[in-house]
Structure formats: C-alpha cells, structure tokens
Design a protein around this ligand. Structure first.
Ligand code: PGA
Length: 319
C-alpha cells in the first residue's frame, strides 16, 4: 500500500469529523484538496473508505479499520514530535494553549510575560468556551487548557490555580447600584443577559439558582462576554460574569457590580492537560509559570467571599 502521511492525516480528520467541509476548515485546506487526497488514498488502498447516504457520509468497514490504525499512527507521530520538542528544551519548543473565553482577559497578559521570558517558544493560542475546550482536549488538539473545573471522568489532570468570582453587573445608574446586601429573590424582578449553552459561566449560574429553588429571567442569550458587557452598559439587562472579564469597565466606571446576597459565586480556574500526555519542556515551563504567576495578571480586587461554588468542593459534579 503506497500511501503518504499527508493522505493519512487528511483521512483521519475526515473520518473523525465525518465531514469533508469541517476537515477542510480544520486543516486549512480547500474542500477539493481534501476530496483529492481522499480519492488518492482510496485508490492506493484499493477499497472505498466512505459511503454517502443522503447528505451524510459514513465509514465503510475498511474505513473503520483504517481509522483505528490511523489514530494510533497519528498518536505515535505526535509522540515523536513531543520527544523532539523535549530535546529542544524551553529554548525553542512549540505549545498549543487553549483558554476559556472568560480566561482570555488575563491570559493574554500572562502569555505576553511568558513569551518575554521564553522568546523562542512558539505558542499557538486558542480561545473558545467550555464545551469547545472539552472537545479540544478529547481530540488532543491542545497541550494545556485554562478553564473552569473540568469533569472528573474526562481522563484529565487538573489543578486549581486561582479563584474565579462570578459577580452581578449593572449599569452605574441602576436603582440597585447603591444598595447593600440585596436579597437574592429581588433578582427575579430583573432580566439577565446570559451566555450561550456550552459556557461554563452559564452552567455555574444556572446551577447556583437551581440549588436555591430560584429562576432568573434570561431575556437574551449572547455568546461572548464582550457582548454581555456592552449590553449591560446600554441597559439591555443585568449580567453575571467572571470578575476577571470586567476589570476595564469597572475601573472606567462604565458598569458596577451589585452587592447581592450570596454573591460572588466562587469558582476556580484550573490548568488542565490530558492524563498520559507527555508535556514538552516548554509545556512544563508554562504550567509552572501559570501556577506561580497567574495572580499577578488579575488587576481587580476580589469582593469578600460569601458563597462557594459547590463544584469547587472535592467530589462535586462538574462545573
Ligand atoms: P466560559 O468559561 O465557557 O463561560 O467562557 C469557561 C469555564 O467556566 O470553564
């Protein structure tokens, strides 16, 4: 069988996604280029590897067998890559760091400092929500992830490195802005801008209110913290976001945090990698840097701790 590593890589991605379009996007190729690679791969194998039923594609029996093997080969190639990175040391390693959309606010500053200290390390930096990060970990597409508490059954190594307080934000002229100890029930009269399904912030907020037998009125869904902050500023509703996402707006007086009973919801940030992953020297240096220095990159003072997110407790359900 005369196949190339490139064909194997393209095949593996199409088989994983069961989509030529998604594989092309992820590999930065055009769809005709992906189709061509698959055609040549099938010719070299001498059997069809995909079949099309309606709009969907499926693996044939031969496709399934080769997919299993191609995953093993890709893992071994990645291991070879990591050994080479390891030999290069922190002087010239490569690193894929993925962070939650909520983490990115301080992670950029942290990264700038890390890169100044290790100028030869090449970092690929990705930002997505909690759900996207879990997919990336599952697909082995990130070396290190910074996120809320990951699920315990995910075959992951996770270590908390910093508190992540979730606060209620409002425009400065809001009638509740000057009040102290606002009863939680009063939030039921307000409308909220909520993050999208798949956001760790959103699931924490939903769990917090469900555990207290309360429901809040989510008037609008927005898929970025930036949109929520702007929406709050212009009076579209209140928001519940990580304190680390609103440093600038708070210091500029564009929004305020409300002093609501049982807030902040206290979560924690975790540094995560797949268990069994062989981190390169650059990866280990980055982990160490985050553990020791992350606190320096958060500029806003934490409100007093009143409530603790139950997911932060050992053995609790995922955040
Ligand atoms: P986000 O935060 O998904 O709300 O951006 C990440 C997390 O809480 O894990």
């Amino acid at each position: 069988m005369n196949i190339t590593l490139r064909q194997l890589k393209v095949f593996e991605r199409v088989a994983r996604r069961l989509s030529f379009t998604r594989a092309a996007e992820e590999l930065y190729l055009t769809q005709p280029a992906v189709s061509m690679q698959i055609k040549q791969f099938e010719e070299a194998v001498g059997l069809p590897l995909f079949e099309r039923l309606g709009k969907k594609i499926y693996l044939t029996r031969a496709g399934e067998e080769l997919y299993r093997l191609s995953r093993t080969i890709s893992q071994q190639l990645e291991e070879a890559d990591q050994i080479v990175e390891e030999l290069k040391g922190t002087d010239a390693g490569r690193l894929v760091v993925a962070v939650a959309s909520t983490v990115r606010y301080f992670a950029i500053r942290l990264l700038a400092d890390f890169c100044a200290r290790y100028p030869k390390v090449r970092v690929n930096f990705k930002v997505t929500n909690r759900k996207g990060l879990l997919v990336m970990l599952d697909d082995n597409e990130a070396d290190i992830v910074l996120m809320g508490q990951p699920p315990e059954d995910g075959d992951l190594v996770a270590e908390a490195f910093m508190d992540n307080p979730l606060v209620v934000i409002a425009p400065p002229h809001h009638p509740m802005a000057a009040r102290k100890g606002i009863p939680l029930e009063e939030l039921r009269q307000e409308t909220f801008l909520m993050r999208e399904q798949g956001s760790g912030t959103r699931s924490s907020v939903e769990r917090f209110f469900a555990e207290r037998g309360l429901a809040i009125n989510a008037s609008m869904e927005m898929n970025t913290n930036g949109a929520i902050k702007q929406g709050v500023e212009v009076g579209l509703g209140l928001g519940i976001v990580s304190l680390h996402t609103v440093e600038l707006e708070l210091s500029a007086g564009r929004i305020v945090t409300l002093d609501v009973e049982s807030f902040p919801i206290m979560r924690q940030w975790y540094i995560v990698h797949r268990s069994g992953k062989r981190l390169s020297a650059a990866g280990r240096a980055f982990e160490q840097f985050v553990r020791q220095e992350a606190g320096r990159f958060v500029r806003v003072a934490m409100p007093p701790r009143e409530s603790v997110d139950p997911t932060a407790a050992p053995g609790a359900s995922p955040a």
